[in-house]
Design a protein around this ligand. Sequence first.
Ligand code: NAP
Length: 253
Amino acid sequence: MSAEPAPLPDHHVLILGGTTEARRLAEALAGDPSYRVTTSLAGRVASPVLPPGGTRIGGFGGIAGLAAWIVAHEVTRVIDATHPFAERMSFNAAGAAALSGVPLLALRRPGWAPGPGDDWHFADSLGEAAGLLPGLGGRVFLTTGRMGLHTFAELTGTWFLVRSVDPPAGPVPPRLEVLLARGPFTLEDERELLARHRIDVLVTKDSGGSATAPKLTAAREAGIPVLVVRRPPVPAGVAETDSVEAVRDWLRM
Ligand code: NAP
């Protein structure tokens, strides 16, 4: 007597990833026979932490390329779990979902909010942040990632401690030290870092999440200002959640 063939998964879920949330979702769906999961990574990080399930790495070639990939691989649901600042990819996901007719849900962690004792300043872009920075401090802890560093390259009077996963490339500010590190970071480490480098202002994107939040507490404790770059707008009409469980409920619908 031959064994029954395993049932085919109902869904091929494409997770646009590069975040902790994307990995958590892939982990939550792993082992569930209803789903075949592919996580897509941009390929920006030299040695990414790969999630369970299938993975693919590299751009799709814009909206049309992503829509073609969705159709060719019989994707039934798309989850945009990219970083809140991955604006282009989120825009492409919305366009490709509309082109292919495949449902899309965005999984995004909530942003941070200032609390009592915080001295937060806001900018709508890295460029605006670079303009505001000289008025806030001269020894900067810059945690906005290596990609937009050229925006600060003209600030010759400012000293930067730049923390990034991979080394920066292209134009950088003339006075800088690079610290290669990948979160999560502890409050103790962040306190020590601010003190050792005599940091007097912290620059961050409003990334949200707990992995990199201790730097905000350390800044509050040290009484130094934080310059927060606000999130870009989300594509109109895309449903959004911040919970992996809500994504699972949506997939079951
Ligand atoms: P982006 O500016 O929104 O996207 C630029 C291009 O990169 C896209 O048009 C797409 O190329 C490709 N791409 C981006 N995310 C992709 C993915 N998950 N899979 C396949 N291709 C992808 O993106 P970004 O801000 O550079 O972010 C790149 C990746 O790093 C994302 O996966 C994001 O989640 C992660 N990340 C970003 C930040 C941040 O601050 N921006 C922080 C942490 C992690 P094609 O048009 O050719 O498809």
